[in-house]
Design a protein around this ligand. Structure first.
Ligand code: HEM
Length: 150
């Protein structure tokens, strides 16, 4: 009987970790990327970057509808926290999972690509070295699976 319970518990654990219920960590800390965070100008640099990024997205007809009625200050703050943690900074991410925060938005691949392009424009304007830009983008890329829903 105990063995049966144990077996059931194991299969349940396997099911939960392999099913759609399992979600990625939205802010996996990567201490090796600390030098990249320095290139971004630390947390203050990320804050400037997000101000630019949000302005650029609000001028983009493809992305404006997504952000115009959101609490933009909150989204920018969450992004600063998320990127800071990912780049090995001494920060904490207090936002929601990528799936929970985007599920209701009907985001497709073209929307995702448009957002990445605007992030690249913002990073170029902030003078972030190309190599460091790519290090960050490589960390964000796998998140598309939880963000794109159509
Ligand atoms: C790798 C790509 C992306 C990352 C890392 C990212 C990250 C985030 C984060 C951290 C938040 C705040 C979570 C929270 O409120 O707790 C957020 C919210 C949001 N994101 Fe994204 N996002 C990405 C892609 C996109 C795309 C492609 C779109 C639409 C084109 C989008 C639209 C939004 C909107 C509208 C919100 C606010 C939702 C709300 O207030 O309910 N995001 N995102």
């Amino acid at each position: 009987m105990t063995r049966l319970m144990y077996g059931l518990a194991l299969s349940l654990a396997f099911f939960l970790s392999s099913s759609a219920l399992a979600q990625m960590n939205p802010a996996p800390a990567n201490p090796d990327l600390r030098p990249v965070l320095e290139d971004f100008g630390g947390e203050a640099g990320l804050t400037d970057l997000m101000d630019d990024f949000m302005e650029i997205m609000l001028e983009n007809p493809q992305l404006r509808p997504f952000f115009v009625n959101t609490n933009q200050d909150r989204v920018k703050r969450q992004l600063v926290e998320q990127f800071c943690v990912i780049l090995g900074g001494d920060c904490a991410y207090t936002g929601r999972s990528m799936r929970d925060s985007h599920a209701h938005l009907n985001i497709d691949r073209a929307d995702f690509n448009a957002l990445v392009e605007d992030l690249q424009i913002a990073m170029n304007r902030q003078g972030i070295p190309f190599r460091s830009q790519n290090k960050l983008l490589a960390e964000l890329a796998p998140m598309y699976r939880e963000i794109i829903t159509q």
